[in-house]
Design a protein around this ligand. Sequence first.
Ligand code: NAP
Ligand code: HSE
Length: 431
Amino acid sequence: MSAPAQPLRLGIAGLGTVGIGVVKIVQRHAEMLTARTGRPVTITAVSARDRTKNRDADLSAYAWETDPVALATRDDVDVFVELMGGHEGTAKDATIAALNAGKDVVTANKALLAHHGQELAELAEGAGRVIRYEAAVAGGIPVIKSLTEGLAGNAIRRVMGVMNGTCNYILTRMETAGLPYDTVFEEARQLGYLEADPNLDVGGIDAGHKLSILAAIAFGTKVSFDNVVLEGIGCISIDDIRRAADMGYKIKLLGVAQMTGRGLEQRMTPCLVPAASPLGQLQGGTNMVVIEGDSVGQIVLRGAGAGEGPTASAVMGDVLDIARGLRLPTFGQPATSLADPIPAAVSAPAPFYLRLQLVDKPGALAKIASALGDAGVSISRMRQYGHADTTAPVLIVTHKTTRDAIDVAIAALPGTGVVDGAPVALRIEEV
Ligand code: NAP
Ligand code: HSE
C-alpha cells in the first residue's frame, strides 16, 4: 500500500470577508479538494487582530497566532495565505517572512503587488517559492490564470476593463435611478461597498493597482503602478451620463494597458464606451476584463469582482494549483527577465467627449470652434441643449486627437468669454 499523500497545510492571516470565505470552502469541500489534487488541503493556524470577534465559521480546530509573521514562519505551515490587506506593515512583513522561511504565498492583496510586486517576485523566485494572487485582480474572474497560462502563446495587444465594482455600481445606479453622484456615493457607503478609504475606489487607485499587475504580465514589464494615469469618477455628473447615453455611449471607469511605439500606456480613467458593447452593457458591481491577443483576437471575461464567495474562489484556485504542483513565475516569466517599462509620454489618439456650459449669445459657438481649431482639435459632432437661465449645455464629440491637444483647448476656453464653469473632457475608447 502506498503512503497517504501529504496534506497541504495552510496558515491564513486575515479572517475578514475573504479569509472566512476561504475557511468555509476548505471545510465544506474537503473531500472534493482532496479528490481534485490527490492530497488533503488543511488549515493549521489562523491569525487576525481580534481573537474575541464573532466570526461566521468554526475556527476551534486551528491554532491561533496573534502575530501574522509568526504564523507565516510556522513549521507546520506550507502555504501562507495573506488576506489582511495593506501594502506596508504587517502584510508585507509577513509575506517576506514566509518566503524567507521557504513557504509559498497566496494573497488577494493588489496594493501589495502593485507597490512591491517586483521585489516580492524576485525574492520568491530566488528562494524557489511561488506567489499566487488570482483574487487580487477582478475577484472571482480567473484573469491572471488566463494571461499566464491559457493565453501564454499570444503577444498581448491590449488589456482593458472595468475592475472596480463599486465605481461601476455608482455609475450604473446614477443612470438607472437618475440620482446624482453624491447621493449614490452615500448609498454605496451605507451598503458597505466602499473601501475604508473611499478614494481607493472612486479615485481609481484600487482599479489602477489591478491594471498595473495585468500590464506587467501582458507586456513582460516590471509592475509600475506609479506610471498609471489615474482619474476618479467624482467629476462625472448625472448630466454627463444622460448626454453620453443620448449619443450612444456609457461612461465607465475604464482601465486600458497597451504597448505602443511610444511606450507602455496605462490609464485608469472615466471613458465613454459604445452602449451596445459588452463593456457598455456591464451593470452594477460586476467586473469585466477584455484581453486582445495576436492569435486569439479579443476575449471577454465577466464576473463578480468582489465578495466573500467569488474572492475566496479565486484564492482556492491558487491553493489548489500549489497542491497539484503547478509552479509558475509570479508574472508569467522570470522576474529578473521583466523589462523596465518605458511609460508612453502621450496616450494613443482618440475621440473625446467635451461638455461645456456655454453663455447663450451670438457667436459663442464660433468662438468655441475656433479655440478648438487653434489647438488642432477637430469637431465631429456638436449638440446644444435647452437653456438654464443665460447658459446652455453644449456637447462636442471630437475627431481623434490627443489628450494634450484637448488640454490646450480647455486652457484656452476661459479666454473666449463664453464658457461658464469648468468643462468636462472624457476620452471615447474604441472597444
Ligand atoms: P477585511 O474584511 O477587512 O478583513 C481583513 C482581516 O485582516 C481581518 O480579519 C483583520 O482582523 C485582519 N487583519 C488586518 N490587519 C491585521 C494585522 N495587522 N494582524 C492580523 N490580522 C489583521 O478585508 P477583506 O475584504 O477580507 O480583504 C482582504 C484582502 O483581500 C485585501 O487585500 C483586499 O484588498 C483583498 N480583496 C478583497 C475583496 C473583497 O471582496 N472583500 C476582493 C478582492 C480582493 P480583524 O477581523 O480582527 O479586524
Ligand atoms: N473595492 C473593490 C471593488 C473590491 O469595488 O471592486 C474588490 O477589489
